[in-house]
Design a protein around this ligand. Structure first.
Ligand SMILES: O=C(NCCCCc1cc2cnccc2s1)c1cc(-c2ccc(F)cc2)cc(O)c1O
Ligand SMILES: [Mg+2]
Length: 214
């Protein structure tokens, strides 16, 4: 059997990026996915919006749901202050294995913890497993029909505090219509839509930023 798309992405990073240089890892993945084969990374255009929201929030504890190959984990972790951490959750062990290698190649392994398993099972165990109180920033990029139930779960588990910022990918394509309804009609959230494009394409997509008001 041949290699997988994530394995080919890792090879492209090892060939074209500089070890310990997160920006070169980001550029190598974006080049590969734009010119060789598409993959579901947040990408360079939505990535710039992710960067600007991260710089504004400057989180101490960040959570990512949906690691895939670690592209957005690298984008997030490279902007974290010293002693700040990212916990990223991936369902697929094969994806997690590639992500671990890409994050390590960028030299960010000390800032990122990859947890494997379904978000529904892992979110209720976060406090005890990581000794954390709450998250300052959550990037939602996993199953689009899990955005609402997992946001509710984060609320119920006391993992959100006043001011926590949720940033959701793909609210237009593939789409998360129930999530948009949930955060936009909920007095406990202040939401804003950032119009952009589906990674490496001309199709519309965007990010929804929602501040939890407590
Ligand atoms: O499905 C997408 N992302 C989710 C896959 C991860 C599954 C997980 C479930 C799960 C459960 N628990 C814990 C961790 C996890 S990870 C996705 C898809 C497209 C896309 C695909 C085709 C297309 F034509 C147009 C857009 C674009 C994107 O940016 C995406 O993010
Ligand atoms: Mg996505």
């Amino acid at each position: 059997t041949g290699s997988s798309r994530p394995q080919r992405m890792l090879k492209a990073v090892q060939k074209n990026a500089t070890k310990g240089d997160p920006q070169s890892v980001i550029s190598a993945i974006d080049y590969y996915c734009r010119h060789k084969e598409w993959a579901m990374n947040v990408g360079d255009e939505k990535g710039l919006i992710l960067d600007s929201v991260l710089t504004e929030v400057n989180p101490s504890m960040a959570l990512e749901l949906g690691t895939y190959c670690g592209y957005s984990s690298v984008r997030i972790a490279r902007l974290l202050s010293p002693n700040s951490k990212l916990i990223t959750v991936e369902f697929n062990p094969a994806f997690a294995a590639i992500a671990r290698q890409i994050i390590a190649y960028a030299g960010l392994q000390d800032k990122v913890t990859i947890v494997e398993g379904p978000s529904a099972d892992l979110i209720p165990k976060m406090k005890e497993r990581f000794g954390l109180k709450s998250f300052d920033f959550v990037f939602l990029d996993h199953w689009k029909d899990r955005y609402v139930p997992d946001t509710k779960l984060l609320e119920e588990c006391g993992l959100l505090k006043k001011g926590t910022v949720l940033l959701a990918d793909n609210v237009i394509c593939p789409g998360a219509p129930e999530y948009l309804k949930y955060v936009r009609n909920n007095p406990r959230y202040e939401s804003r839509y950032y119009k952009s494009y589906l990674e490496y394409t001309k199709a519309e997509d965007g990010l929804e930023k929602s501040v939890f008001l407590g």
